[in-house]
Design a protein around this ligand. Structure first.
Ligand code: IPM
Ligand code: MG
Length: 391
């Protein structure tokens, strides 16, 4: 027996089958991407089997790993096609900063592969949770961590396809020593509105608090952002909306982290704040992320159903960590939790995602199988085995 998995269905963007086939593009990429994806795939295969689903996993080359295999690009055409034809992309990491430093920015894997696959996926959800029994790993004092709810559980929603990363013009002109460099921060109303919508809707499903972060005292893009946020706030009277300048937000995150619920912000601010916030989770190795587009927006805005689809992209936020790559030392939890986000947001498999989350936090809170970044000695593969045992 099978539900309607594998087809984009009549029930909006989500899959509604009981037993489903998950058609995945798996892109381990560079550095520890390889081992964390291997660990997380073992967990996903296990949970799929347990709940009666099947995973059709097709592996693709990306990043330096693709160039090293003889491909001409860090994002080979085959990989592009694979991604286009998959329900979701499960991604490890790309980029090895020490490789060929002469390769220009525009040709480096981070840009060619990562920024390319993110196109169309404007909503990046990064979930920051400090496990109860690992509070000692958070650099903040107990008196700060015990304030309010006493828990850190923050969803950062980072705009991912606008702002400085994609704005034109961008580049360096002239000749040394008189060169000029320019990056452009640009946002349209549509871009601001759709990411704020994801923010409001996400807050509505959580503790109903939304913090919109901008730099409206200086930037034109932020002025527009704030104006739209205030107007949209009226459509969400049940959500408590606050605004903060990004410099202040970066301070308040350290001062009263337990008070944050959902943060929504533009691309560069989100990049920086999410790395800062990852320290609140105890380690950047624990933070999962989902990059979502119109398919996801359609859950809240029927008009988005007819807009172009980009394959949802799931990546841990830690990057390739070349110093520990290939040693089975990396922390796979961020990637396993990323897999759980994929079950939840692309396949609407809530029970399955809950089971993975509970197993991960069970292992973390027990404290017996922790990787080096968490003060333990467990191997990446052993952590995966411990998670599987709990599902
Ligand atoms: C991230 C990373 C990337 C980004 C880099 C590798 C391009 O820092 O995912 O946060 O800036 O988006
Ligand atoms: Mg970053």
């Amino acid at each position: 027996m099978r539900g309607c998995g594998g087809l984009r269905t009549l029930c909006g963007s989500s899959f509604c089958g009981v037993f489903m086939k998950l058609n995945l593009a798996i892109l381990p990429g560079d550095g520890i991407g390889v081992e964390v994806i291997a660990a997380a795939m073992r967990v996903l295969e296990h949970v799929a089997k347990k709940f009666g689903h099947t995973i059709q996993a097709t592996y693709g080359d990306i990043g330096w790993a693709a160039l090293d295999k003889g491909h001409k690009s860090a994002l080979p055409e085959e990989t592009r096609t694979l991604c286009k034809n998959s329900d979701a992309i499960f991604f490890g990491a790309v980029g090895l900063p020490d490789r060929d430093k002469t390769l220009p920015l525009q040709e480096r894997p981070e840009r060619v592969a990562l920024l390319e696959l993110r196109k169309g996926l404007f909503a990046n959800l990064r979930h920051i949770v400090l496990p109860k029994n690992l509070k000692h790993l958070c650099p903040l004092k107990d008196e700060i961590l015990s304030k309010g709810s006493g828990e850190i559980d923050i969803m950062i929603i980072r705009e991912l396809t606008g702002g400085l990363y994609y704005g034109q013009p961008q580049g360096v002109t002239g000749t040394a020593p008189n060169r000029n460099a320019v990056d452009t921060m640009a946002y349209s109303e549509m871009e601001v509105r759709r990411i704020l919508k994801v923010g409001f809707e996400t807050a509505r499903k959580r503790r109903k608090r939304l913090l919109s972060v901008d730099k409206a005292n200086i930037l034109a893009t932020s002025g527009l952002w704030r104006e739209i946020a205030v107007a949209m706030g009226k459509e969400y009277p049940d959500v408590q909306l606050e605004h903060m300048y990004v410099d202040n937000a970066s301070m308040q995150l350290l001062r009263r982290p337990t008070e944050f619920d959902v943060i929504v912000t533009e691309n560069t601010f989100g990049d920086i704040l999410s790395d800062e916030a990852s320290m609140l989770a105890g380690s950047i190795g624990l933070v999962p992320s989902a990059c979502l587009g119109n398919e996801f927006l359609a859950n809240y805005d029927p008009a988005a159903k007819s807009l172009p689809r980009a394959t949802p992209f799931y990546e841990p936020i830690h990057g390739s960590a070349p110093d520990i790559a290939g040693k089975d030392l990396a922390n796979p939890i961020g990637t396993i939790l990323t897999g759980s986000m994929m079950l939840r947001y692309t396949f609407n498999l809530q029970k399955e995602a809950d089971a993975v989350d509970a197993a991960c936090f069970g292992v973390l809170n027990e404290g017996k199988k922790l990787t080096g970044d968490l003060g333990g000695r467990a191997k990446c593969s052993e952590v995966a085995a411990a998670v599987i045992e709990k599902i």
